[in-house]
Design a protein around this ligand. Structure first.
Ligand code: ZN
Length: 124
C-alpha cells in the first residue's frame, strides 16, 4: 500500500460525499493514506478513501489488544479456508478419505480453540 499514490480528486469527492451524508469529520487520520477519518451516525469510524473501518485506540495497550484480535480473526479465516479446501478433496470412493478426515478433525479442533479465545476476549 505504501507506494500507492493518492488520487486527490477522488479523495475530496469521497470526503465531500461523506460530509453531505452528515458524517462527522475527525481530527484523526487514516494510518494508510492520511485522509481525515469520518464517524458515521452508527458510531462506526471509517476511512472514506480506503473504504475500511478504523478502530481508534487511546493507548499502546489497547492497540496491542486490537492487533491480537485481528490476528485471531486472521487465523480463524485461514483455518476455515483450509477446512474448506480439505473438504473439497473428499471423494466417496477414495481410501485417502480417512487421512483427509483426520486432518480436518485436527484443524476443526484448533478452530474451536481459536473461536473460544475470540469469544472469551469479548467478555473481558
Ligand atoms: Zn485511508
Amino acid at each position: 500500500m505504501g507506494s500507492k499514490t493518492i488520487d486527490e480528486e477522488e479523495k475530496f469527492r469521497k470526503m465531500s460525499s461523506a460530509l453531505k451524508r452528515g458524517w462527522t469529520m475527525l481530527h484523526d487520520t487514516c494510518p494508510r493514506c492520511g485522509t481525515p477519518l469520518f464517524k458515521k451516525p452508527s458510531g462506526e469510524i471509517i476511512c472514506v478513501y480506503c473504504n475500511i473501518p478504523v478502530k481508534l485506540v487511546s493507548s499502546e495497550e489497547e492497540a496491542e489488544e486490537v492487533r491480537i484480535e485481528l490476528a485471531l480473526r486472521h487465523v480463524r479465516a485461514n483455518l476455515i479456508r483450509y477446512l474448506s479446501h480439505l473438504s473439497d478433496k473428499l471423494e466417496p470412493s477414495e481410501n485417502e478419505d480417512l487421512d483427509i478426515l483426520t486432518r480436518m478433525n485436527t484443524a476443526a479442533g484448533v478452530l474451536l480453540k481459536v473461536e473460544n479465545m475470540i469469544y472469551r476476549r469479548r467478555l473481558k
